[in-house]
Design a protein around this ligand. Structure first.
Ligand code: GTP
Ligand code: MG
Length: 195
């Protein structure tokens, strides 16, 4: 069955974070990696989350309620976009950090990684961040429709060694590849009590 996603809360400032009790799975990754597109693909709706070819589209933390199951998918602002001001970047970093630190019911973070690129410093920083906080995580390679099979095999190799043996999930919002597999993993993460 197609789960239903509804945007419930948007936080631009740490003070606006809702402090939800329900389980949450957050999507994190560099700006323009395809977080909002992935939300739309999962929802089966083209315009639920706003997307843009200009990096830096998502500037708030967006909470999408999933039914059935009563949990949330959380779309985080992309980090590391160089062309915005330092002040604004610091603001986003603080917002993301505050969200992660204050969310008791954050079950897992999905790390979105561009399948076309070798691991970037910002990807490695994000991985180190979730590892240092012992947050369960799952790596997803985005935009695989734009990636040659040979490169994808190389990405798998690079990332599984960084992830201690786990293989990242290939995903394309354009073709829908990986959609069912990702829903299944999200459901597992939500029901696993963060273990
Ligand atoms: P920020 O909100 O800036 O952090 O970006 P984001 O990570 O939410 O990325 P977004 O979903 O806005 O997508 C950025 C661009 O990549 C858009 O032009 C999308 O159409 C494109 N894109 C996203 N996913 C895919 C995909 O699977 N395949 C292809 N070919 N393009 C994609
Ligand atoms: Mg976005």
């Amino acid at each position: 069955m197609q789960p239903h996603l509804e945007l419930e809360t948007t936080a631009f400032e740490p003070g606006q974070l809702p402090g939800l009790d329900e389980p949450q799975v957050a999507l994190a990754g560099r700006s323009n990696v395809g977080k909002s597109s992935l939300i739309n693909c999962l929802a089966g709706r083209k315009q639920l989350a706003r997307i843009s070819s200009t990096p830096g589209k998502t500037r708030s933390v967006n909470f999408y309620r999933v039914t059935p199951g009563d949990y949330y998918l959380v779309d985080l602002p992309g980090y590391g976009y160089a062309k915005i001001s330092k002040t604004e970047r610091a603001h986003w970093a603080k917002l993301i950090e505050r969200y992660v630190e204050s969310s008791q019911s954050l079950q897992a973070i999905v790390l979105l990684i561009d399948a076309r690129l070798t691991p970037q410093k910002l990807d490695l920083d994000l991985l180190a961040f979730v590892q240092s906080r012992n947050i369960p995580h799952l790596a997803v390679l985005t935009k695989v429709d734009k990636c040659k099979q040979k490169d994808l095999a190389q990405r798998n190799k690079e990332w599984s060694s960084l992830l201690g043996g786990a293989t990242p999930l290939p995903f394309s919002s354009k073709t829908g590849r990986g959609r069912e597999a990702l829903w299944n993993r999200i459901r597992e993460l939500v029901s696993s009590d963060g273990a």
